[in-house]
Write a protein that binds this ligand. Structure first.
Ligand SMILES: Nc1ncnc2c1ncn2[C@@H]1O[C@H](COP(=O)(O)OP(=O)(O)O)[C@@H](O)[C@H]1O
Ligand SMILES: N[C@@H](CCC(=O)OP(=O)(O)O)C(=O)O
Length: 359
């Protein structure tokens, strides 16, 4: 395979594996499994992140209209995930490949210890030639405990496992430079760095069964590419999509990766919800920290400690307009940091090795 990847994360959206009438599209699931089996047999490690539990559940049970959205999702996912994983498991078995069900919540990544537990679990499956089939545990993850969508989860897993690439399969050929339904719009084939006007191309609407939409997909893709992982967004309803993509024969959107960041930085990048403290910087410090040079956060650039934190906590670093600049691990607690605000020649609050720039 021309692209030469050794480890890939493939994310399949609900729309790819659901027919227009809401029933699971078994022929498509089979076709994707055949390609994944082929890829695995070529020595590439594969992790699958598959949506579709809720959509599968909808085909199995009629839900009362009086039921609220959260409990409906729990009911449908609880039933649908069984069908979804059975379908994958049966198709993988025809290739003599074992797959595993890994259901996760945001809580499973809340601190470094939990994050490493998840990482160990996926690594042991890969070492045993098993394909992990990951989904959010929709039965227990509700409201603020939820991932934005499975694109966010797939980005987190790709970063955690140091994958070479993340392939997101949706029901469009990639990110278009306008409304995909309007004639004249074309697929943007390559995106490098942070493209400021990318969101302006993207319609806020989602596809029939999707959760996050293309804006969250592109924000996540830019973040993951910044960590050094190539991200591809392609059409999962196209025949032989994965093999064509990996052979460099498919029109789709590719996010060009930056230099690979360390495992610790990748973890910090995905730990915004675990952050305790909030520290505000002046514009000079912001410029230096986001310049791309190896610079640590010194107290001289701090103008306010907004929320307390302890040594070793993840802290959010914001600018004068309260926009997020980055995340980092505090070298000391907020008490000491407050005493040192604006002072020169003080120990860095966040060392460069433990700072992730969100800009
Ligand atoms: N500029 C754009 N390029 C591509 N897709 C877009 C764009 N703007 C909006 N979309 C919509 O985003 C949808 C894909 O996002 P989503 O519904 O979350 O899919 P999935 O279920 O695969 O995660 C597409 O079906 C498309 O309608
Ligand atoms: N966990 C949910 C899918 C949530 C989700 O992000 O869906 P999608 O936008 O289609 O990838 C399910 O299995 O139904």
């Amino acid at each position: 395979m021309k692209l030469g990847y050794k480890k890939i994360v493939v994310k399949v959206g609900s729309n790819v594996i659901t027919q227009a009438n809401g029933l699971p599209d078994e022929a498509r699931i089979k076709h994707l499994v055949n390609q994944l089996a082929d890829i695995k047999k070529q020595g590439i490690e594969v992790i699958l992140v598959s949506s579709g539990a809720v959509a599968s559940g909808r085909s199995l049970i009629k839900v009362s209209e009086r039921q609220d959205a959260v409990t409906t999702r729990q009911l449908l996912a609880a039933i649908g995930q069984v069908k979804l994983i059975n379908t994958y498991s049966n198709f993988f078995a025809t290739h003599a490949i074992q797959c595993a069900q890994v259901l996760v919540t945001k809580e499973d990544f809340r601190d470094r210890a939990h994050y490493l537990n998840m990482k160990n679990c996926l690594q042991i499956l890969l070492q045993n030639e098993v394909i992990p089939v990951v989904n959010e545990n929709d039965v227990v993850s509700v409201t603020e405990l939820m991932f934005t969508d499975n694109d966010e989860l797939a980005g987190l897993i790709a970063s955690m496992l140091n994958a070479d690439a993340l392939i997101i399969l949706s029901n469009v050929n990639g990110i278009y430079n306008g409304d995909p339904k309007v004639e004249g719009s074309a697929v943007i084939e390559e995106i490098s760095g942070s493209v400021a006007n990318l969101a302006s191309f993207i319609q806020t609407g989602k596809s029939q069964f999707g959760r996050g939409g293309m804006i969250t997909k592109s924000t996540m893709a830019q973040k993951v590419a910044k960590l050094g992982i190539t991200v591809h967004i392609a059409n999962g309803t196209t025949a032989d999509v994965l093999t064509s993509l990996l052979n460099h024969e498919l029109v789709h959107t590719r996010f060009v990766p930056e230099k690979s960041k360390s495992g610790k930085k990748k973890w910090i990048a995905h730990s915004e919800t675990a952050a305790t403290g909030v520290v505000k910087l002046n514009d000079g410090a912001k410029t230096v920290l986001t310049s791309g040079k190896a610079t640590s956060l010194l107290p001289v650039g701090i103008i306010e400690i907004q929320t307390d934190f302890l040594k070793g906590d993840i802290i959010k670093i914001i600018d004068e307009n309260n926009n997020l600049i980055g995340l980092g691990i505090a070298e000391y607690g907020s008490d000491k940091a407050r005493e040192r605000i604006g002072q020169k020649k003080q120990k860095a609050l966040v060392h460069y090795d433990y700072f992730y720039s969100a800009i």
